[in-house]
Design a protein around this ligand. Structure first.
Ligand code: RFL
Ligand code: PHB
Length: 394
């Protein structure tokens, strides 16, 4: 069968939040895009992930015309709780920084982005296969892919690799250029979603001798909880009853006394790692989001960092198409990586201080407890945490 030829300005690989937001911002500036997504729309929307939006992410979504529902269905959070055993303290985000975060699920962000993209008649191909990029070093690049038994070839000015941690885009940066910085943590997160009332109106990050726990939420009737497990644990070992029992043991009694337990409607285990890939640009290819960096969810940074990449990258494309200047695109990797390194450092720190390393690492466990006590008393330490949590400025 003959190959079908398509043309666009920016071809985007990956229809997750990064790819969709990039397309949304560019299309609003009359820049032409095509999105290629390996999964169905239903599958993308089924993935339960992030829950916290930084101040800057909310502003970015609002400016892209997809902020409306965040302010109705999302919830502004002015602070969060850190506990260590029975002891706890609050990080007062709004008093310290003048800013807040929003609790609004990634699923909802993605629904809003798809709706906005549909309204702009965006070209989104779902269930694509065999995506391959070529000619990254010439004026026009090409992407070949299969869709519904047909081979397509897109000719484009630029390729945006927004295809997440399992994507193919990053493979096109030659090994001799590419640097991968990776840390694998010796623990995982077991998360559940349940139709129960959240146990507190603010998030609780709980450090405990038995392991870390997080009490989060999606709305007044939908809770999201996580507990630290070992890297070898399997979901089958964690029936709901056992999960609730363990969670209750790790939260301070003043909070766990109010817990409503119920059936889980989603349950998953995630191994934690930090990863940064450098550079984020190679010739006409630009990486953004999880395609270039991964971090543990402890600081709620992954999605937010993906969005700050998209801010810098969209500025670069807009500058090129409206002013003919490649400057911002050429600076994209350096600019984005500065924020990436600072954010990955924060999420690594928050992960290390809140998780338990087990009985053969009693020294670290004790030092972490002491550091948490210090943070409870130190306004300066709380200021650093609060500024990072609401998000560094772009
Ligand atoms: P995604 O969401 O992985 O989307 C990439 C898309 O690319 C598609 N794809 C391809 N398409 C075409 N061709 C190919 N060859 C392709 N290969 C892959 C995939 O199907 C997918 O649809 O990356 P993106 O857009 O960069 O978004 C990143 C975020 O999803 C991620 O950083 C966050 O979910 C991380 N994260 C959190 N981030 C926060 O900011 N706050 C949080 O509270 C938060 N909590 C979390 C999280 C991630 C978690 N997990 C499961 C890792 C909690 C958890 C448990
Ligand atoms: C979530 O609600 O899924 C969530 C919230 C805060 C985090 C990580 C995940 O740090």
């Amino acid at each position: 069968m003959k190959t079908k030829n398509l043309k666009t300005q920016v071809a985007i690989i990956g229809g997750g939040p990064s790819g969709l937001l990039l397309s949304q911002i560019l299309m609003k500036q009359n820049i032409d895009t095509i999105i290629l997504e390996a999964q169905s729309r239903e599958y993308v929307l089924k993935r339960i992930r992030a829950g916290v939006l930084e101040h800057g992410s909310v502003e970015l979504l609002k400016n892209a015309g997809v902020g409306e529902r965040i302010f109705c269905d999302g919830k502004k959070h002015d602070g969060f709780i850190i506990s260590s055993g029975e002891d706890s303290f609050r990080i007062d985000l709004s008093t310290i920084t003048g800013k807040s975060v929003y609790v609004y699920g990634q699923t909802e962000v993605t629904i809003d982005l798809y709706k906005a993209q549909d309204e702009l008649n965006a070209q989104i191909f779902h269930n694509v296969e065999n995506v391959k990029i070529s000619q990254l070093d010439s004026d026009l690049s090409k992407i070949r892919f299969n869709y519904l038994d047909q081979t397509y070839e897109i000719t484009c000015d630029f390729v945006a690799g927004c295809d997440g941690s399992m994507g193919i885009s990053k493979n096109y940066i030659p090994d001799k250029i590419k640097k991968n910085y990776i840390v694998n943590y010796p623990f995982s997160w077991l998360g559940i979603l349940s139709n129960t009332k959240p146990l507190n109106h603010e998030l609780i990050y709980a450090s405990h001798d038995r392991g870390f726990a997080l009490a989060s939420m999606r709305n007044e009737k939908l809770s999201r909880y996580y507990i630290q497990t070992s890297n070898t644990d399997k979901i089958e070992q964690w029936p709901d009853e056992l999960f609730w029992k363990e969670l209750i043991k790790r939260l301070p009694k003043e909070y766990s006394a109010n817990i409503e337990v119920g059936k889980s409607i989603e349950k998953s285990i995630t191994k934690l790692r930090s990863l940064i890939l450098e550079p984020m640009q190679w010739q006409n290819l630009f990486l953004a989001g999880d395609a270039a960096h991964i971090m543990p969810p402890t600081g709620a940074k992954g999605l937010n960092l993906a969005f700050s990449d998209i801010f810098y990258l969209s500025e670069g494309f807009i500058n090129y198409y409206t002013k003919g200047s490649l400057n911002k695109l050429n600076n994209y990797s350096d600019k984005a990586l500065k924020r990436v390194w600072k954010t990955v450092e924060f999420s690594k720190w928050m992960t290390s201080i809140l998780h338990t390393l087990g009985d053969n690492n009693k020294l670290m466990n004790k030092l972490n407890k002491k550091e948490l006590q210090k943070i409870k008393k130190s306004k300066n330490a709380q200021k650093v945490i609060a500024n990072q949590y609401v998000g560094l400025p772009y």
